[in-house]
Design a protein around this ligand. Structure first.
Ligand code: SF4
Length: 441
């Protein structure tokens, strides 16, 4: 095991971000003679690192040997007995800029069940002066999403009480499961009558995303959440929806959750539910998180009273989008038209950009994003760290240009689209005199 080098104080201040690794038994150790690298073999530099933020976790990447760079510029992998690669998982509100470096061990040395790593946002780490630093940038205020806003005991009490009050509502029962078993913030908010609340409606989907979090086709892969298995009634949706819209300050009611397929497949149900809810209240904002595959359905929902639409996507280029989403019967053209349709109907539009360093920030991908966002007039880009094992994702993607870097990509969007808002979360809305939805703040 490479021990922490006991050096005289003078040497303690480190000249460069150095490799940190973890033994198979979980001890983190420093290799101060090795410069930390990212997945593409680029040295991590201080300018791209921030101290490990509160709420972040670090985890070993079993079967992946930690890799660093010697002063002579030689790439060195740690023996598996000394050090697996170490990854950080960022708290919400932070955007990853680099992926960890590692070297896969041969198949016969691969620990059991480690061929493909679980769906997490693997983020590069380094040591500086004895502290852990991550390759990330803060991109939004996470106050409404941090674990300490969701007391487990209080959540249980609130869920039990609400289920006693409304025993027959399957939507409520489904999201009770999400709140208690997944600590899902938007499901939990339904039981706290605050912020953004979730309503899932669709068991099916017209895409087959490589990293789908609610349904994985490949036996060897486990989706982090179970997908909804029933079709709610309009009445069940309206009961939960109106309660949230009228009780929660600055309420957002969102269809399209991680525990379901594609909500637009149930647009007729949503159209009736939105009309019924808007007949009872004008409060809050009704939002849909969607793959935006059906512009005509979007037009109907906007006419019914939909206030905002968030299109989840990974690329503005059809080849890259199709490689990841594996869409059935739609593509980037329909997504573009859905955003334009919603905007023209006065709804607030956003992109949920599944972000993987080296993908959206590749020169050609970034240029396509600028054109797409300008053409659709999208109001907000929500940056979402894509939770996936690099070995599962990268072989499936088409070639792309050299990477600008995530920070440079964000700067480019700000520079070329000055009115574009960039963050991580949907925003509470209000309706202007002209009926156009605008952020409350
Ligand atoms: S669009 Fe959503 S539900 Fe459908 S496959 Fe992709 S991640 Fe899964």
């Amino acid at each position: 095991m490479t021990q922490v080098i006991p050096a005289p104080i003078a040497l303690m201040t480190t000249a460069f971000p150095y490799l940190v690794a973890v033994t198979p038994t979980g001890e983190i150790h420093e290799a101060r003679d090795l410069h930390a690298l990212d997945y593409d073999g680029q040295p991590l530099d201080r300018a791209d690192l921030i101290p490990l933020p509160p709420g972040a976790t670090v985890a070993m990447m079993p079967g992946r040997r930690a890799v660093g760079l010697t002063a002579a510029g030689e790439r060195v992998a740690q023996p598996a007995t000394v050090g697996w690669a170490l990854s950080a998982f960022l708290p919400i509100g932070y955007t990853r800029t680099r992926v960890p470096a590692y070297e896969m061990v041969p198949p016969d040395e691969m620990p059991a069940n480690a061929e493909t790593l679980p769906f997490f946002g693997y983020t590069a780490l380094a040591g500086i002066d004895g502290e852990l630093y991550v390759a990330a940038v803060p991109t939004d205020d996470p106050a409404h999403w941090l674990p300490d806003a969701f007391d487990v005991g209080q959540t249980e009490r609130r869920v039990r009480r609400r289920l006693r009050e409304e025993p027959g509502n399957r939507v409520l029962a489904h999201h009770a499961h999400c709140a208690l078993d997944y600590q899902c913030p938007t499901a939990t908010n339904l039981f706290y009558d605050r912020w953004e609340g979730a309503i899932a409606v669709s068991a099916g989907c017209n895409a087959r995303c490589v990293g789908c979090i609610s349904l994985q086709e490949d036996d060897g892969l486990v989706s982090p959440q179970d997908r909804l298995t029933f079709l709610p009634s309009v009445e069940e949706v309206v009961e939960v929806g109106v309660a949230h819209l009228t009780r929660a300050p600055e309420a957002i009611l969102s269809f399209g959750q991680g525990c379901e397929g594609e909500p637009l497949l149930q647009w007729r149900l949503l159209e009736r539910a939105i009309k019924a809810m808007r007949a009872q209240t004008t409060m809050g904002a009704i939002n849909i998180n969607t793959n935006a595959s059906n512009p005509r359905a979007v037009a109907r929902l906007c006419a019914a009273g939909l206030d905002s639409l968030r299109a989840s996507t990974i690329s503005a280029r059809p080849a890259t989008y199709d490689a990841y989403y594996r869409p059935v019967g739609y593509g980037v053209a329909q997504i573009k038209q859905s955003l334009i349709t919603a905007r023209e109907a006065g709804a607030y539009t956003s992109i949920n950009l599944l972000l993987y360093p080296g993908l959206a920030d590749a020169e050609d991908e970034a240029a396509a994003w600028v054109d797409f966002l300008r053409e659709t007039g999208t109001h907000l880009v929500q940056l979402r760290n894509l939770n996936i094992d690099p070995e599962l994702l990268l072989p499936k993607l088409p070639p792309r240009g050299p990477a600008l870097g995530i920070r440079a990509f964000i700067d480019q969007l700000h520079r070329e689209l000055p009115d574009l808002r960039i963050g991580n979360f949907s925003v509470p809305l209000t309706k202007g005199a002209d009926g156009v939805r605008v952020p409350l703040h």
